[in-house]
Design a protein around this ligand. Structure first.
Ligand code: HEC
Ligand code: HEC
Length: 291
């Protein structure tokens, strides 16, 4: 009797396992890399620098000890619920950085979170925000990046818990949670500065159990995984700052109470303070119109 059931269930189980493997392989497979026609793109270094500052690549990729904000040697650690990430060297070094990449490699990494060899990047690299970056801006950023110094510090390996250490599994996360829509439907430069470049929500919005941002608590603050205390809410009903006060903070780092910006926000302000007053005003407009 038992043997009969076994004979019946074995082929079914085998069949289900095969189906599961096919679905897993399909969902987690890397995308075909996009080849970008750059013949019409000019590459504006000045704008590239603005994109670099607004998107804060150096906040994560500059080395811990260095004062040079343009030396992208990596090494900063980010403690999360999934383990500790270490920002890699993305300097122009051919051996230890990304100096041997072409523009399409760079583009696919920013837009799709995918490496030149087709591996998924972990979303600790905020490509879920950067995927909205305009092609011209990515090309300008690339043109500016090429002017930056090379550094020969080797990248370190992340220290992640099972099963998050398998890059292939990120394909599941991308399939279900990497959406190319904006939160704010106004789709103007304010939205672009905050959601695509500044990736403010990546820190200021709490996350659910799979690490995705909770839309229902957009910008309402969250736990600070890499330091003590919470990341503050910057939703207008909690922050209660005027436009001038927000612009002042993003320019000088001073809060309305004359406290000085600290923690990870300090490097965000240092970058944003080098943008135009107009752009800082547009960032403030975005925050103030949140419902
Ligand atoms: C919040 C921190 C953070 C910011 C901001 C950030 N990155 Fe990264 N980046 C990472 C982490 C962490 C990784 C490693 C991801 C992985 O191993 O899957 C990474 C990986 C990369 C890689 C892949 C490097 C390689 O060796 O394969 C590139 C390229 C890159 N980042 C470029 C950028 C650029 C350009 C910007 C700005 C537009 C930027 N990053 C902003 C954290 C960040
Ligand atoms: C890397 C994480 C990170 C990113 C990205 C980030 N912030 Fe912050 N932000 C913080 C932290 C941490 C603080 C608390 C600073 C402190 O303790 O002095 C903060 C504080 C602030 C404050 C002051 C809140 C208060 O009550 O004092 C404002 C306003 C703010 N951020 C706006 C922004 C905007 C706008 C962006 C996007 C351009 C942004 N932040 C991106 C981490 C971040």
């Amino acid at each position: 009797m038992k043997a009969l059931n076994f004979n019946k269930t074995l082929p079914i189980s085998f069949f289900l396992v095969i189906i599961a493997i096919i679905i897993y392989t399909f969902i987690t497979q890397p995308k075909k890399p996009t080849q970008i026609d750059i013949s019409l793109l000019k590459g504006n270094i000045d704008n590239g620098k603005k994109v670099f500052l607004a998107s804060g690549c150096n906040s994560c990729h500059m080395s811990d000890g260095s004062n040079n904000k343009y030396l992208l040697s990596g090494g900063q650690k980010f403690v999360t619920n999934f383990g500790t990430f270490v920002a890699p060297n993305i300097s122009t070094s051919r051996e230890h950085g990304i100096g041997s990449w072409n523009f399409s490699d760079f583009y696919n990494s920013i837009k799709f979170g995918q490496s030149p060899s087709g591996k998924h990047y972990f979303p600790a690299y905020p490509y879920n925000s950067y995927q909205h970056m305009h092609d011209e801006d990515i090309y300008d950023l690339w043109t500016f990046w090429k002017t930056l110094p090379s550094d020969e510090t080797p990248s370190q390996i992340h220290d992640l818990f099972f099963p998050f250490n398998f890059r292939r599994n990120i394909g599941i996360w991308k399939t279900f949670f990497m959406k190319d829509n904006y939160f704010d439907q106004k789709l103007d430069r304010s939205t672009y500065l905050v959601e695509a470049l500044g990736h403010c929500a990546e820190c200021h919005t709490p996350r659910n159990y799979v690490g995705s941002l909770k839309k229902s608590e957009w910008m309402r603050g969250g736990i600070n995984p890499s330091a003590k205390g919470k990341i503050p809410s910057i939703h207008p009903s909690d922050l209660k700052w005027t436009k001038d006060e927000i612009v002042e903070y993003l320019s000088s780092g001073f809060t309305p109470n004359y406290d000085m910006v600290g923690g990870k926000m300090a490097s965000v302000v240092e970058n944003i303070s080098q943008l135009s007053d107009l752009d800082r005003g547009l960032i403030a407009d975005y925050l103030l119109r949140l419902q």
